[in-house]
Design a protein around this ligand. Structure first.
Ligand code: BTN
Length: 268
C-alpha cells in the first residue's frame, strides 16, 4: 500500500527546512502507528540524537499516567524526538514545553499560550498540547501532541470542551511543517544551552508563562493533595506551592485550579 504523505509534512521538506541543525536530520514519517513514542523507543538505539518519528495518525496515542491521547489525522501534529542526553533528563519535559510555547508565539502571535506544569500547553483554559517523556535504555523519547488545524467537530465528545486547536483560536490554518521546523529550532537552541549551562537559566522564562501562577491550586502528588498558592518553580523545575504558611516543593503531580474538577481530558 502506498504511503500518502501530506506535502506539508514530507520528510524531505522538513529535513531541507531544518538545514544543518542537529535535530530533524533523520525524519521518519509513518502514515498510521499505534504511538510514535512506542516506535521511537523501539528504534532509538539505532538512530542519531534528534531523530524524529512523525505520524499521520496514531491508533493508540498515549498520555501521562496511562491515559489516552486523541489526535485527528489531518489536524494534529504528533511526533517523538529521540535524545541521548549526558545529563539528568528530568527537566527535558519543561524544556520542550517552553520550546513549544516559543514556536507557537513565533508562528501564531495572536494565540496566547501558558504552560500547565509539568507537561501541558493551555490557551484560554483549554488544552492545546501535551508532552510525554519516556526512557528507553540510555535514550529519552519526548513525544508531543499539538492540536494545530483541528476543527471543533474533530474532537471526540468527551474532550470537546477541554481541548482546543490553534486554528480554532486563531481563525486560520497553519502549515504544520513550518510549525514543526520552528519547534525543532527552538528546542535545539534550548537543548544546547541546557547541555552547557543547565536548567536554571530557563526558570524565569518558564515562570513567566506558568498557568495559574499566584492563584489557589490543588496539587495531587499521588500520595497527598496539597492546596495553596502556586508560587512558581525551583531551579530544578519542581513546582513551589505556598500552603499553610510554608513552601512545599513537588517534583511531580497533577495541578488543578482549586474548586474546579480536573477537565484536562486529552492525555493527562
Ligand atoms: C499528556 O498530555 O498526557 C501527554 C500527551 C502526549 C501525546 C504525544 S502524541 C505523540 C507521542 N506519542 C504518544 O503516544 N504520545 C505522545
Amino acid at each position: 500500500m502506498t504511503e500518502i504523505i501530506p506535502d506539508e509534512l514530507h520528510p524531505a521538506r522538513i529535513i531541507e527546512l531544518c538545514g544543518e541543525g542537529r535535530f530533524g536530520t533523520t525524519m521518519i514519517f509513518l502514515r498510521s502507528v499505534d504511538s510514535t513514542n512506542i516506535v521511537a523507543a523501539s528504534m532509538a538505539a539505532g538512530l542519531p540524537e534528534g531523530s524524529i518519528i512523525l505520524a499521520g495518525r496514531q491508533t493508540a496515542g498515549r498520555g501521562r499516567k496511562g491515559r489516552d491521547w486523541y489526535s485527528s489525522t489531518d489536524g494534529s501534529l504528533v511526533l517523538s524526538i529521540i535524545l541521548k542526553p549526558q545529563s539528568d533528563p528530568v527537566t527535558l519535559t519543561a524544556l520542550l514545553a517552553l520550546s513549544v510555547v516559543e514556536a507557537i508565539e513565533a508562528e501564531a502571535p495572536e494565540v496566547a499560550v501558558d504552560i500547565k506544569w509539568p507537561n501541558d500547553i493551555y490557551s484560554g483554559g483549554r488544552k492545546l498540547a501535551g508532552i510525554l517523556a519516556e526512557r528507553s535504555g540510555e535514550n529519552v523519547v519526548l513525544g508531543i501532541g499539538l492540536d494545530v488545524n483541528d476543527d471543533a467537530g474533530d474532537f471526540p465528545p468527551e474532550i470537546s470542551k477541554s481541548a482546543v486547536s490553534m486554528k480554532i483560536l486563531a481563525g486560520r490554518s497553519f502549515d504544520r511543517g513550518l510549525l514543526l521546523v520552528s519547534l525543532l529550532r527552538f528546542f535545539e537552541k534550548n537543548y544546547m544551552r541546557w547541555e552547557n549551562e543547565g536548567f536554571s537559566i530557563f526558570r524565569f522564562d518558564l515562570e513567566n508563562r506558568l498557568l495559574w501562577k499566584g492563584m489557589e491550586v490543588s496539587l495531587d502528588s499521588g500520595s497527598e493533595v496539597v492546596t495553596g498558592s502556586l508560587e512558581g518553580l525551583t531551579d530544578e523545575g519542581f513546582v513551589r506551592i505556598s500552603s499553610d504558611g510554608r513552601e512545599r516543593i513537588f517534583s511531580s503531580g497533577d495541578l488543578t485550579l482549586t474548586g474546579r474538577a480536573d477537565s484536562s481530558g486529552n492525555g493527562g
